[in-house]
Design a protein around this ligand. Sequence first.
Ligand SMILES: C[C@](O)(CO)[C@H](O)COP(=O)(O)OP(=O)(O)OC[C@H]1O[C@@H](n2ccc(N)nc2=O)[C@H](O)[C@@H]1O
Ligand SMILES: Nc1ncnc2c1ncn2[C@@H]1O[C@H](COP(=O)(O)OP(=O)(O)OP(=O)(O)O)[C@@H](O)[C@H]1O
Length: 286
Amino acid sequence: MTAATFTLPSPAKLNLFLHITGRRSDGYHELQTLFQFLDYGDSLTFQGRQDDRIVLTPALADVPEDQNLAVRAAELLRRTAGIHRGVSLTLDKRLPMGGGLGGGSSNAATTLLGLNHLWKTGLDVNELAELGLALGADVPVFVRGHAAFGEGVGEKLTPANPPEDWFVVLKPEVEISTAEIFSQPGLTRNTPRITIAPAFEGDASGYRNDCEDVVKQLYPEVKTSLDWLSTFGPARLTGTGACIFGRFPTEAEARRVWASKPSGINGFVAKGVNLSPLNKKLTELE
Ligand SMILES: C[C@](O)(CO)[C@H](O)COP(=O)(O)OP(=O)(O)OC[C@H]1O[C@@H](n2ccc(N)nc2=O)[C@H](O)[C@@H]1O
Ligand SMILES: Nc1ncnc2c1ncn2[C@@H]1O[C@H](COP(=O)(O)OP(=O)(O)OP(=O)(O)O)[C@@H](O)[C@H]1O
């Protein structure tokens, strides 16, 4: 039975590595990346409505409601499924925006899966992932809900099982636009393609994030935070930044490092998970 009101997680992702292997004729970059989810993120509450309006509260500063990826996902699903139902969405935003944690993409995926459930739209996961891709390159991995090796612009996904380590995630106080980083002349775009075994279970620390050097040059705050976090263990940029993460085998070690961080820098401690908390919760609802 579909409950009238329910809440679903909208987790963060990390790019455990991010290689740029080329550029397509439309300017988009060909990537190879390893996505893993965090057991930390936003949440969305879904409540059916008597009318056909899609309403999101509270509003996000700087994002008009009709451009919010959750609202765009709801409209796209409704149009595709040819239905006329409404919904009230309540967004509990914890993830920093423009941080490389995929918050907007995750909100879109949670909305697609949540409304497929509420409206009994009956689309399968492949159809939902394809719809999601029209909203953003990171949406399909959140829809599928399994850690994955991503290729293309991130939409060709092979399930993976990297170690479920603990992470200290820091958000240096800068805003970084993905478009700005991908348009930098100094970005390397020729990393040789790698092959990883299906269901990769290895350690991503031998690989890198190709955006890191450019981001560190443009944003010294990111370099300072990375230099500090690297003194405790492997540390890296996620996506095009601004967030960086350090990897630790235990929660206790991650929390010890977190406790010693310089004042004035935000972030959180979270566990890396290969099954998305979203898909786990949906299974319980169904
Ligand atoms: C960096 C990643 O987070 C890695 O997971 C994603 O590839 C970002 O993908 P996304 O959120 O869909 O990116 P958007 O914010 O829509 O992209 C903004 C702009 O970045 C550039 N862009 C983005 C992704 C990509 N593979 N190549 C690009 O060149 C394009 O100019 C695009 O217009
Ligand atoms: N629901 C939403 N949550 C966050 N950002 C949104 C949302 N809807 C639209 N946006 C817009 O999308 C932009 C990117 O937000 P997001 O949090 O996904 O960035 P990101 O973490 O850098 O993502 P990525 O790693 O996919 O590049 C924001 O700056 C904002 O303008």
